[in-house]
Structures are given as C-alpha cells and as structure tokens.
Ligand binder design. Structure first.
Ligand code: NAD
Ligand code: IPM
Ligand code: MN
Length: 351
C-alpha cells in the first residue's frame, strides 16, 4: 500500500506543530525503512488570504485523492470579523471527508502528575465525539431582525442513524478494551438528547449487552470528569458537548497541547483526519514555543489507523513518553525547550 499524506497546516501555531510532526514522521520512515509522499494544501485563514475561500476547490480536490489528512489548526483574530470564517473551512473538510466520529484520547503522562489536578498518572480515557452533525451543521441557522433587534438562531438535530453509527464506534472500542461506555447528553432538557439516550440504550441492549453502559447529563459529567476521570474510559457524546469536554481533558492532563485526535468513518485502514485538539493559539503563535505533542501523536494515530503500522505508531508514542518522562518539556508544561528543540529530543529517541 502506498503511503500518502495530505497536510493542511492552517493558521497560527498550526504550521509550527505540523512541521514538527512531519519531522518526526521522516525520522520514523528512516528508522523503519518505508517510503511515503506528502502534499500540502491551504485551509482556513491562509486559504481565505489566498483565494477568499476557507476550503477552496483546489484543497477539496486534493482531499479526495487522499486517505490520510493531517491538519494543524485554523482561525485567528485577523479573520474574526470577516464575512467568511476560517473555522467554516474545517467544518466543510470534516463533512466532506465524512468523518463522523472524532476520537479524542487523554492520559496523564508519567512525569506530568504535578501538572494534573489529580496529582497521579496511570489513567487514560477517550471521548468519542460526533463530528458531522448536531448544532454545528443544523439548519435553519442565521440571524434576523425581531422587534427592532438582532436575534441569532441555530438548530440542533440528530437522526437515529447518525447516533447509532457514532455509538457503534464507542461500543466497539470499549468491547476491544474490555471497558464500559458512558453516554453523555442533556436528556432532561433537550429533545435531541432524548432521542440520543433511547437510541444508545436500544443499541446497547441489542448489539452490545456485554458492554456496561451508563448515562450522564452533561453538566454532571463535567464535574465527574474532573473528580473521577478514570470512569470515562469511553465517553460518547454529541458534537458540541464533545468539543467542550475534550478541552476539559486538556486541563486534566496538564496542557491542551498534549491532546491528539483522529476522526474516522469506518474500520481501521479507512480514511482519517488527524488533528491536535487545540486551536491556532494566537497568544503564542510565531514564537516557536508551541507544544507539538498533540500533532506528533496525531501522526502516530495516522500511522496506526490509516497506514496500519502499529510499530511506527508505538515508536512515536514511546519516544514522546520518554522525552516527557525525562522532563524535557515545552513552556506550557513548565519547561524551557522550544518546539524545535523538543522535537529534536523526540527524534533522537526514535534513533
Ligand atoms: P486555543 O486552543 O488555540 O488556545 C487555548 C489556550 O491554550 C491558549 O492559551 C494557547 O496558547 C494554549 N495552547 C493551545 N495549544 C497549545 C500548544 N500546542 N502549546 C502550548 N499552548 C497551547 O483556543 P482559542 O484561543 O480559544 O482559539 C484560538 C483560535 O483557534 C480561534 O480562532 C479558534 O476558533 C481556533 N480553534 C481552532 C481549532 C482547530 O483548528 N481544530 C481548535 C480550537 C480552536
Ligand atoms: C475543535 C475546534 C473546532 C470545533 C472549531 C475550530 C470549529 O474547537 O476542533 O475542537 O469546534 O470543532
Ligand atoms: Mn474545540
């Protein structure tokens, strides 16, 4: 199988962290002796500047030719007041690729216990976030004049088929790992959540009776995630709740910069979009100090999922873990290494 990769660096620290991740990939390819190709295209603010469109036709065409896409981050104050927003480009990309399941793993790495409110390492969890539906995409949406003032409105919708396919990803993962699933919703208030809860329960009873299933309201889940993250080994939830709760896990593990994600639409070996959970971090962009771990670990997931190369995936994970355990850290983790120096330490360990 030819290994091909499309990189969409985007804005702010996006290009800084994808450059680091590509350097790590290059080191792994030399160590394990494989060939691969990398193409690059524009998205987000960078694409707006070049063409006026955050997800231009040229980028769309390249995406169609690739199974694996690595994204940096999009957005920034420069484009916040424009007619078209960089973030729209990312939403279009996700929908175009059909990657409805966004897997966002978190763990407290040995060596970073002191940065976690939990003061202990050794737990890991996963948020399985629905990515191509819900209030992010529902119509009608817009703004209108009501009694002389502006009113904004959005629509949240979920069909059972969307809920089932997302829940299956979570149930399958949990079954493989021998753990339970917690489904997060707001069924005490929202109709979409009631349909969500019923559908997940039915699916669980019918197809996954061996996987323990529990339900939580999202507000209570937010508190429990902080106090007992070990209970959230697989959490499934809708798009907006998953966005919010996954940033919360960044706080749990010590930095948002540590979190990677993979967005998929099917089985191992199928197409995937790989991106760190963090954004373009305008407050540190251009300083060369961004933590590249989220992007580097996203490439590890890419290797394991799209390229089915477990050895390469583990090599990267191990090199990152050792670097962190040695206390060689970027400033967000209390260290003094810049992005390039940290990446060099990881590459040295890949050999
Ligand atoms: P952010 O994730 O960019 O930053 C939040 C905080 O975390 C900042 O203090 C930042 O410096 C820090 N941080 C984030 N990543 C880091 C890293 N790798 N290393 C060290 N520190 C890091 O969120 P924000 O400031 O709310 O949003 C900034 C822009 O990014 C907005 O335009 C937003 O829409 C966009 N955004 C994009 C994505 C994406 O492309 N996937 C995700 C989130 C936000
Ligand atoms: C994320 C980001 C995006 C989201 C934005 C930039 C559209 O916050 O990937 O978590 O809300 O999905
Ligand atoms: Mn987010």
């Amino acid at each position: 199988m030819a290994r091909r990769l499309l990189v969409l660096p985007g804005d702010g620290i996006g290009p800084e962290v994808t450059e680091a991740a590509l350097a790590v990939l290059e080191a792994v390819s030399q160590r394990l002796h494989f060939e691969y190709t990398v193409e690059e295209a524009l998205i987000g603010g960078a694409a707006i500047d070049a063409s006026g469109d955050p997800y231009p036709a040229e980028t769309r065409a390249r995406v169609e030719q690739h199974q694996a896409v690595l994204l940096g981050a999009v957005g920034g104050p420069k484009w916040d007041r424009g007619e078209r927003r960089p973030e729209t480009g990312l939403l279009e990309l996700r929908q175009h690729m059909g990657v409805y399941a966004n897997l966002r793993p978190f763990e407290v790495w040995p060596g970073l216990e002191h940065l976690s409110p939990l003061k202990t390492s050794g737990f890991r969890g996963l948020i399985v976030r629905e990515l191509t539906g819900g209030i992010y995409f529902g119509t009608p949406r817009g703004r209108r004049q009501v009694e002389g003032e502006w009113e904004g409105f959005d629509t949240m919708r979920y069909r059972q088929s969307e809920i089932r396919r997302l829940a299956r990803v979570g149930f399958e993962w949990a079954r493989r790992e021998g753990v339970g699933v917690i489904s997060i919703d707001k069924a005490n208030v929202l109709e979409t959540s009631r349909v969500w809860r019923e559908t997940v329960s039915e699916l669980g009873e019918r197809e996954y009776p061996d996987v323990p299933l529990a339900h939580r309201y999202v507000d209570a889940a937010a508190m429990e995630l902080v106090l007992h993250p070990e209970r959230y080994q697989v959490a499934i939830t809708e798009n907006l709740f998953g966005d919010i709760l996954s940033d919360l896990t960044g706080g749990l593990v010590g930095s948002l910069g540590l979190l990677a994600s993979l967005s998929v639409s099917g089985e191992v070996g199928s197409r995937g979009l790989y991106e760190p959970v963090h954004g373009s971090a305008p407050d540190i962009a251009g300083k060369g100090i961004a933590n590249p771990v989220g992007a580097i670990l996203s490439v590890a997931w890419l290797m394991g999922w799209s390229w089915q190369d477990r050895e390469g995936q583990q090599l990267i994970n191990q090199a990152v873990a050792e670097t962190i355990r040695a206390g060689e850290l970027t400033p967000d983790l209390g260290g003094s290494l810049n992005t390039e120096a940290f990446t060099r330490r990881v590459i040295q360990r890949i050999g």
